[in-house]
Design a protein. Structure first.
Length: 53
């Protein structure tokens, strides 16, 4: 599997390119990473709410 940056998108988010023997596996891994990132952000927001109350 290889990883590289591609041209950035208009909203300044970096674009990534993954290549591997099975694109479905890569897509599944990317979805798992995105799901974990969303959960981390949700937990950070919850902790911030608790600190501010």
């Amino acid at each position: 599997m290889s990883f590289s940056f591609t041209d950035p998108k208009r909203n300044n988010e970096p674009s990534f390119s993954f290549t591997g023997p099975n694109p479905a596996d890569v897509e599944k891994q990317l979805q798992a990473i995105a799901d974990m990132a969303h959960e981390i952000l949700r937990l950070v927001a919850e902790v911030r709410r608790q600190i501010n109350n």
